[in-house]
Design a protein around this ligand. Structure first.
Ligand SMILES: *[C@@H]1O[C@H](CO)[C@@H](O)[C@H](O)[C@H]1NC(C)=O
Ligand SMILES: *[C@@H]1O[C@H](CO)[C@@H](O)[C@H](O)[C@H]1NC(C)=O
Ligand SMILES: *[C@@H]1O[C@H](CO)[C@@H](O)[C@H](O)[C@H]1NC(C)=O
Length: 451
């Protein structure tokens, strides 16, 4: 059976170069390297947490949607951004990098050159009319079959030219973006620092955007979302066809000042040069095809394995449960029975540290480390399928919510249909490679310092 997706024929690289992504054992010699920026300005960690929590609890109150996507956009803090140049001439847009959803979309403005300051804030949106290469997909085009449509949207069979492809994409907390599913030229930097122009990147030109995830202060100045999920319309899927079907990133600890630069790399990776790589297979869930699932076998706190029933971690026949790795969520969420065990083990380990008269709202465990020289916080580790151990340092799961107050940055997933999430804080300092070709996740603590 022909397995070419409709989109694979649309991408055409105009210029291609050799660059530093070359690895010895492959023939592909180019890749893309996009700087990843971090922003966490306006909200306190507690506020960020309540937003994060809001997002997942909202998911649990809904029926499982047809397109079960979760965006990191709902958390006002702790997001990683990439910039994308879209259109001819290129317009610079800042997008949230989200491995938990598929669609690439930007806020679009229908303004033309004469639009007034009252109707358009400069730089706030993509101006489709300022680009000579913008065009909406027609509703008959095969890519249009890859996006969810708004209710009652019909394709006009007699007007082949003028019925655009309408999309409506929903996030877990009920946030929605809708508009025209379109194609556009994008200008990208390869790792050699040169420019590649890519025609026909499929993306959503969003005219309507609503909900806490994608509007207001919590969106943090972003122009849209870059979905990096597993579905055919994601950025990693569309560019993977040209640059190699894998991507990697390193989320740098953003409390370091000045914050180090990290990159999202599409295509060939740096692993041939990285030591102590561990792998775990990526698992699939047909009911949530966007997500990158990994399998947890057991959890330890300070080396002691917790007595958690392994079934807590599995995906059930209705597609619920499992663990996803998501760049768009800040905190980590663990399925309820596991969370209680982890919390109890942490409490036992920190009992010698002064607790707080009043805990920080939203957190179950906080300690006051002022006056404690070299406080030792417990270490969490996950044994994953494939017998690899993911053992992040304590700063990946404790955050400072006030001066010298450290809180456990893990939250419970309450509902039966909830799944566990390894958020971006937990991923900090690791080079992560999403090898879609071989369906595995590679990780190493020794790759982030590489150029
Ligand atoms: C479809 O398009 C044709 C030609 O543009 C137009 O005359 C007709 O009214 C349209 N039909 C609907 C249902 O919009
Ligand atoms: C591409 O590289 C140029 C020159 O190094 C830099 O100024 C620009 O910000 C980069 N653009 C993107 C989108 O990364
Ligand atoms: C933490 O402990 C110190 C004394 O060691 C105290 O002065 C401070 O107020 C405490 N902080 C909080 C938030 O309770």
């Amino acid at each position: 059976m022909a397995s070419l997706s409709p989109l694979s024929l649309l991408l055409l690289l105009i210029f291609a170069f050799a660059d530093q992504c070359t690895s010895q054992n492959t023939t592909t010699t180019e890749c893309l390297k996009l700087p990843l920026l971090h922003r966490s300005p306006f909200l306190s960690p507690a506020e960020a947490l309540s937003r994060d929590y809001h997002r997942l609890s909202a998911f649990h109150n809904r029926a499982v949607p047809k397109y079960p996507v979760v965006s990191g956009a709902s958390s006002g803090s702790g997001q990683y951004f990439v910039s994308l140049r879209l259109g001819t001439p290129p317009q610079n847009l800042l997008l949230i990098a989200d491995t938990g959803s598929d669609l690439i979309w930007v806020k679009c403005s229908a303004c033309n050159t004469k639009c007034s300051a009252a109707t358009h804030v400069p730089g706030s949106a993509f101006l489709a009319r300022h680009s000579s290469t913008f065009s909406p997909h027609h509703c008959f085009d095969s890519p249009c079959r890859l996006v969810p449509h708004p209710p009652r949207s019909r394709c006009n069979h007699t007007s082949r030219l003028h019925t655009p492809c309408r999309y409506q994409y929903s996030y877990s907390d009920g946030s929605v973006t809708s508009g025209f599913f379109s194609k556009e030229t994008t200008t990208l930097n390869t790792s050699a620092g040169r420019e590649a122009r890519l025609k026909s990147l499929a993306f959503g030109c969003g005219f309507r955007v609503s909900g806490p995830s994608v509007s207001g202060a919590s969106f943090n100045g972003a122009h849209g979302v870059m979905g990096l999920g597993r579905g055919p319309i994601s950025f990693s899927s569309q560019l993977g066809r040209r640059f190699g079907n894998k991507f990697s990133y390193c989320l740098m600890d953003y409390t370091i000042s000045p914050p180090p630069t990290s990159f999202l790399t599409i295509g060939h990776n740096v692993f041939p040069r990285v030591s102590r790589i561990r792998f775990t297979p990526l698992q699939t869930n047909p009911l949530s095809p966007s997500f990158y699932y990994i399998g947890i076998q057991s959890v330890s706190v300070n080396g002691a394995k917790l007595p958690i029933n392994p079934s807590v971690w599995s995906v059930d026949e209705r597609g619920n449960g499992g663990t996803v790795i998501d760049s768009g969520t800040t905190l980590t969420f663990l399925a309820e029975p596991a969370y209680r065990q982890v919390l109890a083990a942490f409490k036992r380990q920190v009992r010698r540290l002064p607790s707080l008269p009043e805990p920080t709202p939203g957190f179950d465990l906080c300690v006051n480390v002022s006056g404690v020289s070299r406080p030792s916080l417990p270490r969490l580790s996950f044994r994953l399928v494939g017998n690899s151990v993911f053992s992040p340092p304590p700063r990946n799961h404790f955050i400072e919510t006030a001066d010298q107050v450290m809180c456990l940055a893990i939250q419970p997933v309450n509902s039966e249909i909830g799944f566990s999430v390894i958020g971006n804080l937990m991923q900090q300092g690791f080079l992560l490679e999403f090898d879609r070709e071989r369906s595995r996740l590679g990780f190493s603590r020794h790759g982030c310092a590489l150029p």
